[in-house]
Design a protein around this ligand. Structure first.
Ligand SMILES: *[C@@H]1O[C@H](CO)[C@@H](O)[C@H](O)[C@H]1NC(C)=O
Ligand SMILES: *[C@@H]1O[C@H](CO)[C@@H](O)[C@H](O)[C@H]1NC(C)=O
Ligand SMILES: *[C@@H]1O[C@H](CO)[C@@H](O)[C@H](O)[C@H]1NC(C)=O
Ligand SMILES: *[C@@H]1O[C@H](CO)[C@@H](O)[C@H](O)[C@H]1NC(C)=O
Length: 512
């Protein structure tokens, strides 16, 4: 995620390494599926606006992401057609089945189900999600459903300013209620909000994600917004909305449906740039601001002390009643982790006249390992393990699902099926991160599942279709949007089906 000021990226940009692909990948691992508990779940994910397409079909109305993309913030790309999963869901479920996916993480488009943001349900939208869920269950794939993935209905943004208004709490709760009621007989795994931290930072401080609000001197091309206060207000309302939906589930549905409700958080592995006390404190501060912002209120009923001290009156306070509602309002947390960063103290920024989240957090972040957001990430599996163990220690070892983890490829790499399909570095990335999850589990992390991002090459938040994470290549030049399995799909499949060679039992597995 681009939580960095643009000028620093250039320092980190390096020529792309042209990868010499090997045609035969050695499918040997030090572990196998059976090393994980049987109820540990492996899946892959997408989100509604990124794959569905059919953006104005069958009664769907625009979300804030549609409007943002159509304003040209993702180049010329939009999710109008995307992977056309709305029409191809049966084909896609078959692809999942082919790999042996145990679960599929997808999101519901709020404005497809409730075109005005609240009120009457769109029967065609309802039918679509019922069909998708039934198709998954028929094929033995567990649906893990997210309710908000950067796509608030634009109708609510226009009506009262979306997440800046507490009216959003009521409307989100009603939307969640509709989903629990309509789908909860078959869906038991619910995530309310995807990465509330990045949604608010990108959308209300830097203006680089929907709804694209910020104020000078912060952010990019700011025309409306207030970077000093809005990110904090948005997260506050997101937390209240999450808690309200979670508590509703506990009260009205949990007994019958036996499901679980959580929220997901974007994280980085952190390395202090130097051994100085300042840089170590900066790394701790970054964790408080990024992870603690979301998790601390839900575990302990209030924001971290560091945030309260630094942000002061710009940080909304929980009333006693709100604090009671948010505290404990989760069954699990979703963790999103892709990479590690070096952290350097910049506490002088706190003495500036104008403040935003970045000057409050007061750290300089440098991507670890000679990489950049626009080149391939460094492979830092210890980063995921570090985050899992940090959460275990800091937040009483809550149940965790890895909601997203994966490797993106740059335009040069994925331009043709040939270069895209031989994604050996993605195989290495996934294999080493899954091993890191196993090690974390053995060290006592309460991690329950792993969702690779993403099933298909899809419309990405940054740079549209240029950056791809998919297990399947989607040929966007082909009117049928044909999908082709990459090497990573074959690897994940072999892992899930137990046909990978692995060192400890190498002699007994002869399938490959
Ligand atoms: C910001 O404005 C500049 C100049 O008008 C433009 O080139 C750039 O694409 C804009 N950036 C975004 C994110 O809209
Ligand atoms: C942002 O809000 C703060 C607090 O209300 C106010 O002092 C500041 O002037 C506002 N900034 C902008 C750019 O509107
Ligand atoms: C440190 O913070 C100051 C004040 O906000 C800012 O001007 C400067 O660019 C920051 N330094 C870095 C390297 O980000
Ligand atoms: C980054 O790459 C440069 C040039 O290849 C090298 O000199 C430097 O040591 C690398 N830094 C890291 C952190 O790997």
């Amino acid at each position: 995620m681009e939580l960095f000021k643009k000028k620093y990226w250039t320092l980190m940009l390096l020529p792309l390494v042209v990868l010499a692909f090997t045609s035969v990948l050695s499918l040997v691992e030090a572990y196998s599926r059976t090393d994980f508990p049987p109820d540990f779940v492996f899946g892959s994910g997408t989100s509604a606006y990124q794959v569905e397409g059919a953006a104005d079909e069958d009664g769907r109305t625009p979300s804030i992401w549609d409007v943002f993309a159509h304003a040209g913030h993702s180049g010329q790309a939009t999710g109008d057609v995307a992977c056309d999963q709305y029409h191809k869901y049966k084909e896609d479920v078959k692809l999942m089945k082919d790999i042996g996916l145990e679960a599929y993480r997808f999101s519901i488009s709020w404005s497809r189900l409730l075109p005005s943001g609240r009120g009457p349900v769109n029967p065609k939208g309802l039918q679509y999600y019922n069909n998708l869920i039934d198709e998954l269950i028929t094929h033995g794939i567990e649906p893990h459903v997210t309710l908000h993935h950067f796509d608030l209905p634009q109708a609510l943004q226009d009506e009262y300013g979306g997440w800046l208004s507490q009216e959003s709490v009521r409307d989100f709760t009603d939307y969640a209620d509709t989903c629990f009621k309509e789908f909860g007989d078959r869906v038991t795994q619910w995530t309310t909000i995807t990465e509330a931290n990045v949604f608010s930072l990108g959308g209300y401080d830097q203006g680089i994600t929907p709804p694209g609000r910020c104020s000078p001197p912060f952010g990019l091309n700011c025309t409306k917004g207030n970077s000093s206060i809005e990110p904090y207000i948005a997260v506050h309302n997101l937390l209240l909305a999450h808690a309200s939906a979670t508590n509703l589930y506990k009260k009205q549905y949990k007994d019958k449906q036996n499901g679980a409700v959580g929220i997901s958080v974007y994280t980085y592995g952190t390395v202090p740039l130097t051994n100085s006390v300042e840089d170590k404190q900066a790394a701790a501060r970054l964790n408080d601001f990024l992870i603690g912002w979301i998790m601390h209120p839900l575990v302990f009923g209030d924001y971290p002390e560091t945030m309260k001290t630094i942000v002061g009156s710009r940080l909304p306070a929980f009333t006693a009643d709100e604090s009671e509602q948010v505290k404990g309002a989760f069954d699990f947390f979703g963790v999103i982790n892709y990479m590690a960063i070096y952290v350097k103290d910049n506490s002088s920024s706190q003495t500036q006249n104008l403040h935003d989240f970045t000057t409050d957090m007061a750290v300089i972040m440098i991507l670890y390992g000679n990489t950049s957001f626009t080149s391939e990430y460094a492979n830092t599996p210890w980063s995921l393990q570090q985050v899992l163990l940090y959460i275990k220690e800091t937040y009483d070892n809550p149940p965790i699902y890895i909601a997203e983890n994966g490797l993106h490829k740059t335009p040069q790499i994925h331009k043709t099926p040939q270069t895209s399909l031989e994604d050996t570095t993605r195989v290495q990335y996934l294999s080493s991160h899954i091993e890191a999850v196993l090690q974390s589990l053995r060290k006592g992390s309460n991690v329950k599942g792993y969702f690779q991002w993403s099933l298909l090459d899809l419309f990405e938040l940054f740079r549209g279709y240029e950056m791809t994470y998919g297990l399947y290549y989607v040929d966007y030049k082909d009117p049928y949007l044909t999908r082709y399995p990459k090497l990573s799909a074959h690897w994940y499949s072999s892992f899930l089906m137990g046909t990978l060679h692995h060192q400890s039992h190498a002699s007994s597995s002869s399938a490959l």
